[in-house]
Design a protein around this ligand. Sequence first.
Ligand SMILES: NC(=O)C1=CN([C@@H]2O[C@H](COP(=O)(O)OP(=O)(O)OC[C@H]3O[C@@H](n4cnc5c(N)ncnc54)[C@H](OP(=O)(O)O)[C@@H]3O)[C@@H](O)[C@H]2O)C=CC1
Ligand SMILES: O=C(O)C1=N[C@H](C(=O)O)C[C@H](O)C1
Length: 282
Amino acid sequence: MRVAVTGATGRTGGEVLEEAVARGYEVVFATARNPPASPAHGVDVDASEDFEALVDEHEPNVVVDFTGPDSCVAYAEACADAGVAFVTGTTGLGDDQQAALEAASDHIPVLQAANFARGVQALLALVGDAVAALPGYDVELVEAHHNGKRDAPSGTAEAMLDAVDDARERHDVDAGDAAGERVHGREGESLREPGEVGVHSLRAGDVPGEHELVVAGNHEELRLQHRATDRGVFAAGALDAADWLSGRDPGFYAFEDVVAAGSADMVGTDDGQVPGDAGGEQ
Ligand SMILES: NC(=O)C1=CN([C@@H]2O[C@H](COP(=O)(O)OP(=O)(O)OC[C@H]3O[C@@H](n4cnc5c(N)ncnc54)[C@H](OP(=O)(O)O)[C@@H]3O)[C@@H](O)[C@H]2O)C=CC1
Ligand SMILES: O=C(O)C1=N[C@H](C(=O)O)C[C@H](O)C1
């Protein structure tokens, strides 16, 4: 696969570049806004302002993007012009930016995911099940990320909140008068209204990403939590997505489609085994 990586000097793009090289993919170019003088993971990093020319010159099968909302949309549009598939994990897009990204998928395959960890796909299903099974319970969401994250709440939190709303609607849950209302943090006199969902964003240190939904009532508490313990999980998922997307028809795809298609090579071990699994031939 001929892959290009944008945001290649970033926390996540850097992991994508490293994993792409480790997998033996042909990294045809990598970009950053302020490219470093020396190669990263053996790949020269070019200035992102040359993106269109680089696409024309190197003809990647797919571009993998972890940058910011403006650049994500600009790259998607350039890929649409060049007929190159586009995978993005960039979060924090506004409504117009989201519409522009989706419009690009009229011409090319586009895959967008707020979170490329497979466990988060399972979490989203569990969130819907829990909310449907526990009508009348209070729902609160807490997410934690590193101190360099720009958007709040996180894209994953937004997806979890959508899963709460969808489940309440689909299962006709009478959640209370404030159903659908999101309350971001609380201070002062602010009594909780039935149905509202409190959303709390922590930004500290180097936390790769944690999300927890609390469903509580009737003298009990259910907590559904996902923790990314290393950013490599995002890089691996994004490259699995790139592999799956490359060569597909134009359209707007989700990471759910990739997860449904098959299991992952396990990251974090040299031999592809699940850590701690001693079974099988070595
Ligand atoms: N979907 C998922 O699974 C995940 C999504 N993310 C999302 O990915 C995005 C990037 O996060 P993270 O890696 O922490 O960010 P970083 O700030 O660590 O890195 C961003 C990278 O993008 C480049 N960049 C930033 N803005 C622009 C721009 N306007 N034009 C061109 N290049 C730009 C930066 O270059 P330079 O430093 O030179 O400015 C840098 O290389 C965020 O939206 C985050 O939420 C993150 C992890 C997982
Ligand atoms: O910015 C990050 O770091 C992350 N962003 C994504 C999000 O906004 O949900 C995914 C992951 O949690 C890491």
